[in-house]
Each structure stands twice: as C-alpha cells, then as structure tokens.
Design a protein around this ligand. Structure first.
Ligand code: IPE
Ligand code: IPE
Ligand code: MG
Length: 248
C-alpha cells in the first residue's frame, strides 16, 4: 500500500491538484462506539484528523479547504454532546491558532455563528481576525451551517436589495446570488470527500457542489489522515470533468 509521501509525489506528477477540497467529516460517533467510548471521545479524536488534512492540503498546494464541522441539524443532538462539541471548537482554536497563523492559513468560520455559546463565538472571532491577512491556504470551517438556510438567506438579502431599489429583479442572476452566500468570492469545490461511507450531502453546500467531483471514503473521520486525503485527490485526478459538454 502506497504511503502518504509516495501518493503526494504521484499527485504532483499527475498535475491538476484540486484548488478547493471540501470534506464532510463523518463517523466520529461510530469510531467511539467501536471502542466502547462516549461519542465526544470520537469528536476529540477527530481533531487530529483536522490537523492532518490541513497539513496535507498545505503540502499538496490546495488553495481552499472547507470542513463541515457542525450542521444546523446537529443542534438537535443531546445537550451533552452539543456542549462537548462547542468546548472542542474552543479548544481547537486555542491549541491551533498560533500554528495556523505561522503556516499562513486564513481561518474563516461560516454559518449561523450567533447561535454559538459566547466563549465559542469569541474564540471564533479572535482566530478569524488573527489570520485574516494570510493567503497560503484558506480554511473554511462550517459551524452551525445548513445549505438551505444559506440559500434562503441569500434570497432574503436580494429581496431586501430589490425592495430598497439597489437592484432590479432582472439583475438577480447567478453572480448576484453567489455574492450573497457565505462562500462569496470563493471558487466552488472541485472535490467533495465524505468519510464513513455515507452516500449523502446532508445539507452541505447545495449551490456550490453543482459540478463537484464526489469521493466517498469508508474510513471513519478519526482514522482519516494525509494518506486518505491524497488517495481521494488521486481518484479526483482520474475523473473526466465535462461540465455538461462533450470532448472535442
Ligand atoms: C461527525 O461524526 C461529527 C458531527 C456531525 C458533529 P458523527 O457524530 O456524525 O458520527 P456518526 O455518524 O454518529 O458515526
Ligand atoms: C453531517 O453529518 C454533518 C457534519 C459532518 C458536520 P451528520 O452525521 O450530521 O449527517 P447525517 O445525519 O448522517 O445525514
Ligand atoms: Mg454522522
């Protein structure tokens, strides 16, 4: 089995590294259950996979890494699990902020952030400000995020612009819509990876994944590392992206 370094050389030779990789980080609960541990132990273990994919993305030359960390629907989980996830978010920022800053990573948190606990919100605010000037890798962390809510929010903002006379209905096109999304200005994902074998989108980036290549990995998120990231990129490089057209 090829190791991470072999795979990295292979994907460099292949060329065309995806500019934007998005990941639905799933399977923490099952990882914990397999070990007879409480679910938060799986979430904690998943933090080292976050570090691994950030480093992997930096090495491979990916420009944008989008990680789905907590969905709007995840607020409906038991309060103990939600509390553990909020504390882990704070802990992740505390532990990693300085290193991310040194590595040139720009951290952005996207979602309904006003629902976060005040300490989690202030940690998020701090790391975004601390790393705002960086440009080597843009790390989008989706927290309290749901794609349908993002789309209805965009529609509402456009409706407000029209009502106020800033925009005419005829000016509402793809570009105007895109400009109202949390991801405004960010290229669409080239590759979307979902871990733990689940074959669904679960309300992530519905607008942005129109032509994204999907790779499902059977590996549970806490076991996902640089090697699995590079395997997914290698698989992406074998795809034939046609965007609805035919090859000349
Ligand atoms: C992903 O792991 C993390 C979050 C959704 C917050 P899960 O907690 O969904 O793990 P499974 O799917 O139950 O194994
Ligand atoms: C999707 O995983 C959300 C995140 C990874 C943050 P879920 O575990 O919440 O999704 P479902 O319930 O399996 O669709
Ligand atoms: Mg899950």
């Amino acid at each position: 089995m090829a190791d991470a370094a072999d795979l990295l050389s292979r994907i460099r030779v292949n060329g065309a590294v995806p500019r934007h990789v998005a990941i639905i980080m799933d399977g923490n609960g099952r990882w914990a259950r397999e070990r007879m541990l409480p679910r938060p132990a799986g979430h904690r273990s998943g933090m080292k996979s976050v570090r691994a994919v950030v480093e992997g993305a930096l090495e491979a030359g990916v420009e944008v890494l989008s990680l789905f960390a907590f969905s709007q629907e995840n607020w409906q989980r038991p309060p103990g699990e939600v509390d553990a996830l909020m504390s882990l978010l704070e802990e992740y920022i505390q532990k990693e902020a300085d290193e991310l800053e040194e590595q040139g990573v720009q951290v952005r948190m996207l979602g309904e952030l006003d629902r976060l606990t005040p300490p989690a919100f202030s940690a998020v605010d701090r790391v975004m400000k601390q790393t705002a000037h960086n440009s080597t890798l843009r790390l989008n962390l989706f927290i309290s995020y749901g794609a349908r809510a993002e789309l209805t929010r965009a529609a509402r903002l456009l409706a407000e612009d029209v009502a106020a006379g800033r925009l005419t209905p005829a000016q509402v096109d793809d570009a105007a819509f895109e400009a109202k999304l949390f991801t405004a200005g960010c290229p669409d994902p080239d590759l979307l990876i979902r871990t733990s074998g689940e074959q669904r989108i679960s309300n992530f980036l519905l607008w942005q994944v129109a032509y994204t290549e999907l790779v499902i990995s059977d590996v549970l998120w806490p076991d996902f590392s640089r090697r699995e990231l590079y395997e997914a990129i290698a698989e992406y490089q074998n795809r034939d992206r046609r965007f609805g057209r035919v090859r000349p």
